[in-house]
Design a protein around this ligand. Structure first.
Ligand code: SF4
Length: 149
């Protein structure tokens, strides 16, 4: 998931279809809000002109999701900056997981937990790996936010 500032909505075609300009690749893309996300997308107000974040990012009980995942712009497909944020307590950012499975942290405790309990997990499927890592981190007292795109 990348910063939504690189996506400019050029035209709204109904309440779930948008012509968007990907300002990085310069491509024009038709983004379609997927049915399972329509209620939460509508609930958050849909497309909002003044919104600073990407219009298509929603929060669900499982974490953050892209409501146009299958029609997301090229630069979103090619670049995944953050798949998980790890907090000590509610608000102190302790680390992020970037790319597929790389931890970025300056906290020795989190780094040790990562090396001892997570780095060598033999789980290939990304969704299962996310849930296992979330559970290990939460057992150790961290709060985890997942980004699902
Ligand atoms: S991946 Fe989806 S939510 Fe993230 S910036 Fe792209 S369109 Fe927006």
């Amino acid at each position: 998931m990348v910063s939504g500032k690189h996506i400019r909505i050029e035209r709204k075609l109904g309440d779930r279809d948008y012509h968007c300009r990907d300002l990085i690749s310069k491509n024009l893309v038709m983004a379609h809000v997927e049915s399972p996300y329509l209620p939460v997308f509508r609930e958050k107000g849909g497309y909002q002109e003044e919104n600073d974040q990407c219009h298509f990012l929603v929060r669900t009980p499982e974490g953050y999701s892209c409501v146009v995942y299958n029609t997301r712009p090229l630069s979103c497909r090619e670049f995944k900056c953050c798949r998980m944020r790890i907090y000590r307590g509610a608000n102190n950012l302790a680390g992020t997981i970037k790319g597929r499975r790389s931890l970025s942290t300056t906290e020795p405790d989190l780094e040790k937990l990562w090396n001892d309990r997570i780095r060598l997990l033999g789980i290939e499927e990304d969704g299962q790996w996310d849930m296992k890592v979330k559970s290990v981190l939460e057992d150790a007292g961290y709060t985890v936010e997942l980004y699902n795109s």
